[in-house]
Design a binder for this molecule. Structure first.
Ligand code: GUN
Ligand code: ZN
Length: 432
């Protein structure tokens, strides 16, 4: 029988959406708590006294004042951009042409793809991220490398072959037919294997012909349980370009909708410069948008309207957008979401930031019943934070009045040093 492990610490997760309900009604805090895991699943949780009495033979791991959280979920990344993260001086289209496309071309080499997949998952695990939704590249070998490495580590990941049949360089261009065929073959091979899910992945409307979007829309109609991920309204130049490429479309979102690429399992990255009609349609179909704050400031894209879109009922996830984003850490990403909120005149609460990085992103990717929570029955992906990981953070959190005030300095100033332990599918990946 699988070993029973009992972790002691402060437990924090969510029973509801802190953008929609008072904190007391949607947060679950166990200040002197314990969590029991067995066989890759969460078995029980509660006050430390009751739990230790109920599981006397469990192996105990004591995290002291450590914050035991669901592992972070990064709802939009490009793992192939790991090695060119933090590339200087460009905005979106130039950044893609100068840095991104040449790097992605290298993923034709399966050895390079495997090396970067392993490096990417090492870096994200060290930062407490246990699941992510990744664009890969046009090459099936790159998708295979990502899935194989995640499967080896037991990680729940979503990925897809990034399809593009125009406005990209030689070596990084497919056709409508090859995008359909190769996406379908990867989907049929991997979707539902281990903890792997396939996402149908047109890069964005400027790099797909209408035929390619239609072919991928047809594939999605054949596999509606899959996620479909793409980009939407990231920069104003990009929107102008989309308008010139798709003169018949009512707006950017319509280029997807006209080709069967709008639905509840759609995941639209960035979504900064939206028209009212686009917001209405996203809400009507129940689609999710993904806030990528370090990317949006780094590439100079704009300020995502978190409060406005949440108030209008949109589902929202949070993401690094590695490597347009400038950091692998969801702590830094929460901090950037806070800063972007401030620039829009809204102070996001630490609970809202933490929710976005856990249950919110899990909900956006349709996996709230499995990850992003410490609820018994869910999967044992756990991140433990040390709220005093550096002298600067420790001296501030020491005078905190409550848990949220104690966490906020780690959100704003923390990095991988704050990640005390990581458990993936019930197995320890980081920590003593
Ligand atoms: N739009 C299309 N492709 C990309 C990409 O790789 N990164 C970002 N940030 N935006 C994109
Ligand atoms: Zn992206």
């Amino acid at each position: 029988m699988a070993e029973t492990i009992l972790m002691k610490g402060q437990l924090v997760d969510f029973t509801g959406d802190p953008f929609a309900a008072p904190l007391a009604e949607c947060t679950r805090i166990e200040a002197h708590g314990a969590l029991v895991i067995r066989g890759g699943q969460i078995l029980d949780r509660g006050p430390v006294d009751r739990i230790t009495a109920a599981y006397p033979r469990a192996r105990v791991v004591d995290y002291g004042q450590g914050l035991i959280l669901p592992g972070f979920i990064d709802a939009h990344v490009h793992f192939p951009q790991t090695a060119m993260i933090a590339s200087w001086g460009k905005r979106l289209i130039d950044w893609l042409n100068t840095y991104t496309f040449p790097e992605e071309t290298r993923f034709a080499d399966p050895d390079y793809a495997a090396e970067i997949a392993a490096r990417y998952l090492d870096l994200t695990t060290a930062n407490g991220t246990t699941s992510m939704v990744s664009f890969c590249t046009i090459h099936p070998a790159g998708v295979e490398a990502f899935f194989a490495e995640a499967a080896r580590r037991g990680q729940r990941v979503v990925g897809g072959r990034t399809c593009m049949d125009r406005n990209s360089p030689d070596g990084l261009r497919d056709t409508a037919q090859s995008a359909y065929d190769e996406s379908r073959a990867l989907l049929e091979k991997w979707h539902g294997q281990e903890r792997i899910s396939y996402a149908i992945t047109p890069r964005f409307s400027p790099t797909s012909t209408p035929d390619q979007l239609a072919a991928l829309g047809a594939l999605w109609a054949e596999h509606p349980d899959c996620l479909m991920q793409t980009h939407l309204s990231e920069q104003t130049d990009e929107i102008d370009w989309v308008r010139s490429l798709y003169p018949q479309a009512r707006d950017y979102l319509d280029t997807y909708e006209q080709h069967g690429l709008l639905g509840a399992n759609g995941l639209y990255g960035h979504a900064i410069h939206l028209e009212p009609r686009e917001i209405d349609r996203l809400r009507e179909v129940g689609a999710a948008v993904v806030h990528c704050p370090t990317s949006n400031t780094f590439i100079g894209s704009g300020l995502f309207d978190m409060a406005g879109l949440k108030a209008q009922g949109l589902r929202v996830g949070l993401a690094t957008d590695t490597g347009g984003g400038s950091n692998f850490s969801m702590l830094r990403t929460m901090a950037a979401a806070y800063e972007v909120g401030q620039l829009r005149g809204v102070a996001l609460h630490p609970a809202q930031l933490l929710w976005l990085a856990t249950a919110g992103s899990a909900g956006a990717i349709g996996m709230a019943d499995r990850i992003g929570t410490l609820a018994p029955g869910s999967e044992a992906d756990i991140t433990v934070l040390d709220l005093g990981s550096t002298p600067a953070i420790a001296q501030r959190s020491a005078r905190a009045g409550d848990l949220w005030e104690a966490l906020f300095p780690t959100i704003m100033m923390g990095d991988d040093r704050a990640v005390q332990a990581v458990w993936i599918a019930g197995r320890q990946a980081i920590g003593a």
